[in-house]
Design a protein around this ligand. Structure first.
Ligand SMILES: Cc1cc2nc3c(=O)[nH]c(=O)nc-3n(C[C@H](O)[C@H](O)[C@H](O)COP(=O)(O)OP(=O)(O)OC[C@H]3O[C@@H](n4cnc5c(N)ncnc54)[C@H](O)[C@@H]3O)c2cc1C
Length: 404
């Protein structure tokens, strides 16, 4: 595959976002070219950390600082990158190939000062933001999508056993529920659906996960919708919720929960401001559309990678493909010939210990799921497409109870 345009002037390569995606791109470029100017602009400190650790760290008594593998400053120095930390990109002008920047620190005296910076090649690696439904006001609830916010929550939880409600039993919600339980907290996990992971797996599979989660001691409330959260005078939070008649036919009338903290894990969305300004093909739910073999967006000289990007209408929100995607971007921006990135959906593995859940392919809740193996210890199901080909497989293993 030949590169789009190998000419790179002094503006060099600009990367927006210092998460795993942005840093992978830097590593991949530096593996091929030690000198080309790279600027990394990020609204946080740019510190390098492994985000999947955020759902394992509390039970391991790890603070945010413990999870930082290198500070942004040190990592930038080691990779010969100009780091603009605590800086937000607010606009992209694709005609002049310039970005508009603002300080991301509201307390900063230059908060209102704008600056501009040019790019030859631009990589959008700006991640996705947690969705906060109206009933979960951002100022009352936590999220674990960023190390900074995680760190504040971890500090609160380190003071002793507390009651935490987690809203949303997708992978992140289900993992953090177990992690908090292991750390000695009381955990209530609430989801609209009758079982965890119901948005990606069929009921027969999710029923096993619900069973494992409950038998572990997590109070799983399936088929309930949080209707309001209120701060009480003693600082605790009142979580009001109601049964969804369509899912939960046996629900008893319910008293509001009184908890110390609420964590929202209700999905991610991609901010539309920069994609719109850049004129790239974009869907708010799934992200910036890229051409899979090159990771190019629909706008010249702009690439996308990580949580903000989607391939074939499917968001790409896992760590495993980042290295190969970043290598392709590196070759393409440097004007090197390459074979093209070949996208394979990554293997998805739930990090919970109470049950082992492994998924390959592109799973979805509905569709022609067929049982391949079924026993008390194991369930294997295939999702068949219209041509009867396997498009996803889920393997669930329950830990065998130890013999006494
Ligand atoms: C709790 C948790 C557990 C996970 N566990 C797993 C797992 O086990 N396995 C797995 O494969 N995946 C897992 N994931 C998903 C994986 O971690 C993410 O897909 C990946 O880390 C996303 O990296 P990113 O760089 O695209 O986004 P982010 O880490 O969100 O980084 C985005 C960066 O962009 C910056 N930014 C955003 N907007 C702007 C702007 N306008 N201007 C400047 N900077 C901006 C932000 O400050 C940030 O630095 C997990 C995710 C979470 C939240």
């Amino acid at each position: 595959m030949s590169a789009e345009n190998s000419e790179v002037s002094n503006n060099g390569i600009v990367i927006i976002g210092a998460g795993l995606a942005g840093w992978h791109v830097i590593d991949a470029i530096r593996a091929k070219d030690k000198d080309i100017p790279i600027t990394l602009i990020t609204s946080d400190s740019g510190d390098r950390y492994h985000k999947p650790m955020l759902t394992m760290a509390i039970s391991q008594k790890k603070s945010a600082a413990d999870l930082v593998r290198a500070t942004g400053i040190d990592a930038a120095e080691a990779t010969n990158v100009k780091l603009l930390a605590n800086t937000q990109v607010t606009d992209v002008d694709t005609t002049t190939q310039q970005l508009q920047l603002i300080s991301a620190l509201r307390s900063d005296p230059v908060y209102t000062n704008y600056a501009t910076i040019g790019y030859d090649k631009l990589v959008l690696a700006m991640g996705a933001h947690p969705i906060f439904p109206k009933s979960l006001p951002e100022e009352l609830v936590w999220h674990v999508n960023h190390i900074e916010r995680f760190g504040q929550l971890q500090e609160k939880l380190a003071t002793g056993s507390q009651h935490v409600a987690i809203v949303g039993a997708g992978m992140v919600g289900t993992e953090i529920a177990e992690d908090l339980l292991k750390a000695g907290h009381q955990v209530t996990l609430i989801d609209l659906n009758g079982a965890p992971l119901s948005q990606m797996l069929p009921p027969k599979a999710t029923a096993r996960i619900a069973q494992a989660v409950k038998s572990q001691g997590i109070n799983f409330l399936g088929g309930y919708q949080v209707s309001a959260i209120t701060r009480l005078s003693d600082g605790k939070l009142q979580v009001s919720y109601e049964a969804l008649a369509s899912v939960n036919t046996t629900a008893e009338p319910i008293e509001p929960l009184i908890v110390d903290h609420v964590i929202a894990s209700t999905g991610l969305t991609v901010d539309d401001k920069l994609p719109t300004a850049a004129g790239v093909d974009f869907d708010r739910r799934t992200g910036i559309v890229v051409d899979a073999p090159t990771l190019r967006t629909s706008t010249a000289n702009i690439y996308a990678i990580g949580d903000c990007m989607s391939i074939d209408g499917v968001p790409c929100r896992y760590v495993a493909p980042l290295r190969a995607q970043a290598a392709t971007i590196a070759d393409d921006v440097l004007g090197l010939d390459h074979n093209g990135y070949e996208h394979k959906p990554p293997m998805i593995r739930l990090k919970n210990k109470a049950i082992s859940v492994m998924v390959t392919g592109v799973p979805k809740a509905t569709g022609n799921w067929q049982v391949k193996t079924e026993s008390d210890e194991e369930l294997v199901m295939d999702l068949l497409n219209d041509s009867d080909e396997v498009s996803a497989t889920v393997t669930i293993k329950s830990p065998v109870a130890p013999t006494l």
